[in-house]
Design a protein around this ligand. Structure first.
Ligand SMILES: *Cc1c(COP(=O)(O)O)cnc(C)c1O
Length: 384
């Protein structure tokens, strides 16, 4: 049986599947089992920022695999120690502590638990259209009804406010609020950037209420938006930053960067795999690559190049283009699904965000010629 048949026969499937078997990647491209090449603007859902099969990460993994793969957090470890120091060195001002886990949802879980411990309060306020993960705590902060309702009752204490609405946020945050959690640019919700006023107001509102401000930069982190972190663009530092996706070149790893007042008492939280030497070595190599290659500047320049080229022949099907670095959302006046298929037929893989937004999260190592090809192919399939 081929991969498609095996997965159909044996997977406890949770995804609506696309009919493609991907077997290999290099840089911004992936290949299917019939040898067809695609420019990968799915990018592992924003994971493959330093490119598929990045040699620096491959080398670091191979080397570390021969030395030490597992080391629980009850011991000190040289590689984990270096990664913690590296993360704090690139963190927004004031975030001087890091906790390592294995995924985005786990980072959000930890952030919520740390905020509840630090404040002694239970309330968590998050934004409509926000996405924070699929585990029960992270799901409780996730807005989409279809994701939430089948699993209710969820964790008590969670509430939602409209995104980018300062007064509604102010009204929702009070003496029982442990945390406010926001994506500086909503990803799943349709590539929607927060306004500068909104994030600054969120900072002030949390300070006044004694609540913890959490930015979920699981998708926007690590150069995606043209800065190391999207909050660097806004000049607003949170108390807690949740990270994952691109952090380790595709190897599963999550992280929480936090102000030191979020330090929990030992024994209250834990993880078996979090911060293992293998993932830590991959992350060190990936972050070094991002810095050496200035992927922040590259995302800024190539994102602008895409927008400029795509805007030249705008289709009447397009309602809006939202682009921050190489985080790109093309909102249509109709459903986006058929166009994702048409793009794939022409060698470009893209994601939906909701029902009408085509989302592009290409590896940040994508070349100028490739981003031009993406813009031109998208123009072609949307041509009226
Ligand atoms: C992907 C994502 C998550 C969840 O990450 P997982 O690793 O899938 O658990 C949470 N928040 C945001 C903003 C994301 O993009």
């Amino acid at each position: 049986m081929n991969a498609r048949e095996l997965e159909r026969a044996y997977a406890l499937e949770v995804f609506p599947k696309r009919d493609l078997t991907i077997v290999r990647g290099e840089g911004a491209c992936v290949w299917d089992d019939e040898g067809r090449r695609y420019i990968d603007c799915v990018g592992g859902i924003g994971v493959a920022s330093i490119g598929h099969a990045n040699p620096a990460v491959a080398e670091a993994l191979a080397e570390q695999a021969r030395v030490l793969v597992s080391c629980p957090g009850i011991f000190y470890n040289d590689v984990r120690a270096r990664l913690l120091a590296e993360l704090v060195s690139i963190a927004p001002a004031g975030l001087t502590r890091a906790f390592l886990c294995n995924s985005g949802a786990e980072a959000v879980e930890a952030a919520i638990k740390f905020a509840r411990l630090a404040t002694g309060r239970a309330g968590v306020v998050s934004a409509m259209r926000g996405f924070h993960g699929r585990t029960l705590g992270a799901l409780s902060a996730t807005h989409k009804k279809e994701y939430r309702e089948p699993f209710e009752p969820l964790v008590p204490g969670f509430s939602f406010v409209p995104f980018n609405h300062v007064e509604k946020l102010r009204a929702a945050v009070g003496a029982d609020t442990a945390a406010v959690i926001i994506e500086p640019v909503q990803g799943e919700g349709g590539v929607r950037p927060a306004s500068r006023d909104y994030l600054s107001a969120a900072r002030r509102i949390c300070d006044e209420a004694g609540a913890v401000l959490v930015f979920d930069e699981i998708q926007t982190g690590f150069c995606r938006t043209g800065r190391m972190f999207a909050c660097d663009r806004y000049g607003v530092a949170p108390d807690v930053l949740c990270l994952a996706k691109a952090i380790a070149g595709g190897v599963p790893l999550g992280a929480v960067l936090a102000h030191e007042r979020l330090q929990p008492p030992p024994g209250r939280h834990g993880t078996t795999f979090g911060g293992n030497p293998l993932a830590s070595a991959a992350a060190l190599a990936a972050i070094r690559f991002m810095r050496d290659e200035r992927l922040d500047d590259r995302a800024e320049a190539l994102g602008a190049r895409f927008s400029e080229r795509f805007a030249r022949r705008q289709s009447a099907r397009v309602r809006a283009v939202r682009q921050v670095g190489l985080m790109i959302g093309v909102e249509l006046r109709e459903r986006c699904r058929p166009y994702l298929g048409a793009l794939a037929e022409r060698g470009v893989l893209a994601l939906p965000a909701g029902t009408t937004v085509i989302r592009l999260l290409p590896p940040l190592v994508i070349t100028e010629a490739q981003i031009d090809e993406v813009a031109d192919t998208l123009t072609e399939v949307l041509a009226d």
